[in-house]
Design a protein. Structure first.
Length: 114
C-alpha cells in the first residue's frame, strides 16, 4: 500500500513539473514572437516606409525545429513585407533575411497573409 502511495506522489510531481515547464515555454515563445515582430517593424520602417503605419499580419515558426521566425508585416495601404528573423538566447537579433522582393517576384515561398 505504501508503494502505491509513493507511486501516486511521484506521478503527481511529474505532472506538476510538466505543467510548469509548459507554462514557462509558452510565455517565452510569446515574448520571442513579440521581439521578432518588433525587430521586423523597425527594419521595414528603416528600409521601406517610414511614414506608413505598420502592423504584424503573421508571425510563425517553421516546422521541424527551424530557428527563425517568419514575419509578415502589412502597411496601411495593404502592401506586405516579408522577413525572417533569427533571435539569440537573450532575444537579440542574430540574423535577418529580407525576402520581400523574392516573394513579390514569386521566387520564394513564404506564408501568405489570408
Amino acid at each position: 500500500m505504501r508503494k502505491k502511495h509513493l507511486g501516486y506522489l511521484f506521478l503527481i510531481i511529474i505532472i506538476i513539473g510538466a505543467v510548469i515547464i509548459a507554462v514557462i515555454h509558452g510565455n517565452s515563445e510569446r515574448q520571442n514572437k513579440q521581439s521578432a515582430g518588433s525587430l521586423g517593424m523597425d527594419y521595414v520602417r528603416k528600409e521601406y516606409t517610414e511614414s506608413a503605419s505598420l502592423r504584424v499580419a503573421t508571425i510563425c515558426k517553421p516546422l521541424f525545429g527551424g530557428s527563425g521566425y517568419q514575419v509578415v508585416l502589412e502597411d496601411s495601404s495593404g502592401q506586405s513585407y516579408y522577413v525572417i528573423i533569427v533571435l539569440g538566447t537573450t532575444r537579440n537579433l542574430v540574423t535577418m533575411d529580407d525576402l520581400t522582393k523574392e516573394v513579390r517576384e514569386g521566387t520564394s515561398v513564404f506564408p501568405r497573409h489570408q
